[in-house]
Design a protein around this ligand. Structure first.
Ligand SMILES: [Zn+2]
Length: 427
């Protein structure tokens, strides 16, 4: 069993300090009736950055930024090797909770505090990354910062994206860089590992009564839009046999896909018909056009390919099928997963495994360096909601596991090899 310096550092994780810092961060953009609204690069978010930067300097860390306003809080190592990185995001949904993303950042900072209190300097630097605009609720798409870090050429396109007020990302980035003119900027640098700690945002861990999961990967996803075409006509005068009812056709297509999906094992499958648009959308007119979207997720590329086939099979002259987004499944790094287990065993934390159904910054980092995640439970599976809650004891255990893991990884002279999981984003 692991009895190294990682366990020693984990003992310096302080639950009261962790909870106090989470509460402090939640004050930036706090909503009057609970919850947080802290949009990417907004005034509230820049104030939260200023607070984090002060904290970082107080810990003796260096703070670095990049063109896409990602922040890196760096605790120096004994040697200038590629860093071991953790972190997440501090932007929230318009009516979000105080844990999504924030927990990963604050727990990462708590690990740096623990190292300072333990008076331990690791071989490699350790960094806490704050990735810009993960939620995608101000600027679309989400995970802008992490995806632009991994593929810097994306930023040229992102710069023109506007928020609901017509502010471009370019303008918002300029405002951020003007606020923090003294931060050194860097480009994409090699990283020894990225380990993200996050709330599960689903009910599985709580139901299984498990405080922690080592996340095996992230499900692949397909987003399709299906438009069914008919002809609008009078609801009272058109006999049933003479109709070209787009809505009835759409319901048939959706039911057929649901039946096909039901033949797959249910535990990993996620199928959602989230958006419906009907034209002309009138009570007494037969629909001329019915459009619906599908969000299909699975961890097995063969199942995703099978689903693509089904979608092609329903395509016809009056059924238009369009794939609007696609991302392959991500398998996290096996050696990192083994390191995470060794840590949770040494710390005697009950640990299970899970595959993430949600996207995270780690999905993009996985193509850059060895990457993995930890999840802690979400009470009632609720997230993107002020009611987001995790038992403080679980938050504490997650931070301890992270501290152990970062310390152990940062003391390895030879980095974990990066098995390319594969994975190019199609959009
Ligand atoms: Zn998140």
């Amino acid at each position: 069993m692991l009895k190294g310096v990682g366990v020693q550092v984990a003992d310096y994780i302080s639950q009261p300090r962790l909870m106090a810092r989470l509460a402090q961060l939640a004050e930036f953009g706090a909503l009057p009736h609970g919850g947080v609204n802290r949009q990417a690069l907004s005034g509230e978010e820049l104030a939260a950055r200023a607070w984090l930067i002060d904290w970082a300097f107080a810990l003796g860390c260096e703070v670095i930024t990049d063109d896409c306003a990602n922040l890196f809080i760096r605790r120096a190592g004994r040697e200038d090797l590629p860093p071991v990185v953790t972190g997440s995001h501090i932007d929230t949904q318009p009516c979000g909770g105080n844990l999504d993303g924030c927990y990963g950042v604050i727990a990462g900072m708590e690990c740096l505090s623990a190292l300072a209190h333990a008076e331990i300097t690791t071989l490699r630097p350790i960094e806490v990354a704050i990735w810009m605009n993960e939620e995608g609720s101000r600027f679309s798409p989400g995970a802008m910062g992490s995806s632009a870090f991994v593929q810097p050429q994306r930023l040229a396109d992102y710069r023109h994206h506007q928020d609901a007020q017509g502010v471009t990302l370019q303008q918002a980035l300029a405002r951020c860089h003007q606020r923090f003119p003294h931060l050194p900027r860097r480009g994409t640098v090699p990283m020894a590992a990225f380990v993200e700690l996050h709330i599960e945002q689903g009910p599985v861990l709580e139901k299984a009564n498990q405080p922690l999961a080592v996340v095996q990967g992230i499900q692949g996803v397909r987003w399709y839009q299906v438009s069914c075409l008919g002809q609008s006509a009078h609801a009272g005068t058109t006999p049933m046999g003479d109709r070209k009812d787009a809505m009835s056709l759409a319901r048939q297509m959706a039911q057929q896909l649901e039946e096909q999906a039901a033949t797959l094992p249910a535990d990993q499958l996620r199928l959602t018909f989230g958006r419906w648009e009907v034209e002309p959308n009138a009570i007494n007119t037969i629909a001329s056009r019915a459009t619906f979207t599908l969000d299909f997720r699975h961890e097995d590329p063969a199942v995703l390919a099978q689903f693509d086939d089904w979608m092609q099979q329903i395509a016809a002259d009056n059924v238009l099928v369009e794939c609007v987004f696609s991302h392959p499944p991500v398998a996290f790094n096996a050696q990192l997963l083994a390191q995470q287990y060794a840590c949770t065993q040494a710390l005697q934390i009950d640990t299970t495994t899970l595959t993430s159904g949600a996207f995270h910054d780690a999905m993009h980092l996985a193509s850059h360096c060895p990457t993995s995640m930890f999840f802690v439970p979400s009470h009632n599976g609720i997230s993107h909601n002020p009611a987001e809650y995790t038992d403080p004891q679980y938050l504490y255990l997650g931070a301890k596991a992270l501290a152990c893991c970062l310390t152990e990884l940062a003391n390895q002279p030879i980095g974990v090899p990066h098995e390319h999981p594969h994975l190019s984003c199609l959009l």
